[in-house]
Design a protein around this ligand. Structure first.
Ligand SMILES: [Zn+2]
Length: 140
Protein backbone atom coordinates (compact mmCIF):
# COMPACT_ATOMS: atom_id res chain seq x y z
CA UNK A 1 0.00 0.00 0.00
CA UNK A 2 1.20 3.52 -0.84
CA UNK A 3 2.43 5.48 2.17
CA UNK A 4 0.35 8.54 1.15
CA UNK A 5 -2.97 6.68 0.99
CA UNK A 6 -5.35 6.11 3.87
CA UNK A 7 -7.34 2.88 4.25
CA UNK A 8 -10.06 4.09 1.83
CA UNK A 9 -7.49 5.09 -0.80
CA UNK A 10 -7.81 8.85 -0.28
CA UNK A 11 -4.64 10.92 -0.37
CA UNK A 12 -3.61 13.64 2.09
CA UNK A 13 -6.11 16.47 2.67
CA UNK A 14 -8.84 14.64 0.77
CA UNK A 15 -8.46 11.78 3.22
CA UNK A 16 -8.81 14.17 6.16
CA UNK A 17 -12.06 15.59 4.74
CA UNK A 18 -13.39 12.08 4.03
CA UNK A 19 -12.51 10.95 7.56
CA UNK A 20 -14.31 13.97 9.08
CA UNK A 21 -17.34 13.48 6.78
CA UNK A 22 -17.62 9.83 7.82
CA UNK A 23 -17.26 10.71 11.52
CA UNK A 24 -19.92 13.46 11.33
CA UNK A 25 -22.24 11.09 9.45
CA UNK A 26 -21.76 8.40 12.13
CA UNK A 27 -22.49 10.90 14.92
CA UNK A 28 -25.60 12.27 13.20
CA UNK A 29 -26.80 8.73 12.50
CA UNK A 30 -26.33 7.87 16.20
CA UNK A 31 -28.19 11.02 17.25
CA UNK A 32 -31.06 10.24 14.85
CA UNK A 33 -31.39 6.79 16.44
CA UNK A 34 -31.22 8.21 19.97
CA UNK A 35 -27.98 6.35 20.69
CA UNK A 36 -24.66 7.38 22.16
CA UNK A 37 -21.69 8.61 20.18
CA UNK A 38 -18.89 6.28 19.10
CA UNK A 39 -15.70 7.45 20.89
CA UNK A 40 -13.60 7.18 17.70
CA UNK A 41 -15.97 9.39 15.66
CA UNK A 42 -16.20 11.89 18.53
CA UNK A 43 -12.38 12.00 18.75
CA UNK A 44 -12.03 12.70 15.00
CA UNK A 45 -14.48 15.64 15.20
CA UNK A 46 -12.92 17.03 18.38
CA UNK A 47 -9.41 16.75 16.92
CA UNK A 48 -10.48 18.65 13.77
CA UNK A 49 -12.11 21.35 15.91
CA UNK A 50 -9.03 21.69 18.12
CA UNK A 51 -6.80 22.31 15.07
CA UNK A 52 -8.66 25.53 14.25
CA UNK A 53 -6.26 28.41 13.60
CA UNK A 54 -8.96 30.76 14.94
CA UNK A 55 -10.39 31.96 18.22
CA UNK A 56 -13.13 34.19 19.61
CA UNK A 57 -12.48 37.60 21.14
CA UNK A 58 -14.81 39.59 23.35
CA UNK A 59 -15.13 43.13 22.03
CA UNK A 60 -16.14 46.20 24.10
CA UNK A 61 -19.60 46.68 22.41
CA UNK A 62 -19.92 43.94 23.95
CA UNK A 63 -19.80 41.49 21.09
CA UNK A 64 -17.86 38.56 19.71
CA UNK A 65 -15.28 38.76 16.98
CA UNK A 66 -13.74 35.65 15.40
CA UNK A 67 -10.04 36.02 14.72
CA UNK A 68 -8.05 33.81 12.35
CA UNK A 69 -4.31 33.28 12.32
CA UNK A 70 -3.22 34.36 8.79
CA UNK A 71 -0.32 31.91 9.02
CA UNK A 72 -2.67 29.01 9.86
CA UNK A 73 -3.50 26.20 7.43
CA UNK A 74 -6.56 26.85 5.23
CA UNK A 75 -7.33 23.11 5.31
CA UNK A 76 -7.22 23.07 9.12
CA UNK A 77 -9.53 26.11 9.16
CA UNK A 78 -12.09 24.47 6.86
CA UNK A 79 -12.01 21.16 8.73
CA UNK A 80 -12.38 23.00 12.04
CA UNK A 81 -15.35 25.02 10.72
CA UNK A 82 -17.15 21.81 9.69
CA UNK A 83 -16.29 20.17 13.02
CA UNK A 84 -17.51 23.19 14.99
CA UNK A 85 -20.83 23.28 13.11
CA UNK A 86 -21.26 19.54 13.73
CA UNK A 87 -20.51 19.92 17.44
CA UNK A 88 -22.95 22.83 17.76
CA UNK A 89 -25.65 20.80 16.00
CA UNK A 90 -25.00 17.55 17.89
CA UNK A 91 -25.01 19.23 21.31
CA UNK A 92 -27.80 21.71 20.59
CA UNK A 93 -31.58 21.78 20.90
CA UNK A 94 -32.06 20.58 17.29
CA UNK A 95 -30.31 17.27 18.05
CA UNK A 96 -33.73 15.73 18.69
CA UNK A 97 -34.80 16.69 15.15
CA UNK A 98 -31.97 14.81 13.38
CA UNK A 99 -33.32 12.00 11.18
CA UNK A 100 -32.20 9.53 8.54
CA UNK A 101 -34.40 9.54 5.42
CA UNK A 102 -36.74 6.51 5.33
CA UNK A 103 -36.94 6.33 1.51
CA UNK A 104 -35.47 3.21 -0.12
CA UNK A 105 -31.77 3.66 -0.98
CA UNK A 106 -31.59 7.27 0.27
CA UNK A 107 -28.64 7.99 2.56
CA UNK A 108 -29.58 11.59 3.42
CA UNK A 109 -29.68 12.84 6.98
CA UNK A 110 -31.85 15.86 7.71
CA UNK A 111 -33.39 18.10 10.38
CA UNK A 112 -37.07 17.31 10.79
CA UNK A 113 -39.12 20.48 10.26
CA UNK A 114 -42.55 19.05 11.17
CA UNK A 115 -43.53 16.23 13.58
CA UNK A 116 -44.44 13.54 11.02
CA UNK A 117 -41.62 14.18 8.53
CA UNK A 118 -40.04 10.85 7.46
CA UNK A 119 -38.22 11.89 4.27
CA UNK A 120 -35.44 14.30 3.40
CA UNK A 121 -37.60 15.95 0.73
CA UNK A 122 -40.68 15.61 -1.49
CA UNK A 123 -38.85 13.57 -4.14
CA UNK A 124 -38.01 10.86 -1.59
CA UNK A 125 -41.53 10.99 -0.16
CA UNK A 126 -43.02 10.42 -3.62
CA UNK A 127 -40.51 7.67 -4.38
CA UNK A 128 -41.32 5.86 -1.12
CA UNK A 129 -45.09 6.15 -1.67
CA UNK A 130 -44.68 4.80 -5.23
CA UNK A 131 -42.58 1.89 -3.90
CA UNK A 132 -45.24 1.08 -1.24
CA UNK A 133 -47.99 1.26 -3.87
CA UNK A 134 -46.01 -1.01 -6.19
CA UNK A 135 -45.34 -3.52 -3.36
CA UNK A 136 -49.07 -3.59 -2.42
CA UNK A 137 -50.24 -4.18 -5.99
CA UNK A 138 -47.49 -6.51 -7.17
CA UNK A 139 -48.97 -9.78 -8.32
CA UNK A 140 -52.56 -8.52 -8.83
ZN1 LIG B 1 -34.23 10.96 1.05
Amino acid sequence: MDAGLDQRGYVGDRGRFAELRDAVRALIQAASEGGGYAPEARAIVNRASAAAPSWLELTDEPGIEEKTDPAGSAVDAELAAVARDAITLLAGERREALRACQAPACLQLFLKSHPRQEFCGPVCGNRARAARHYARHKGE
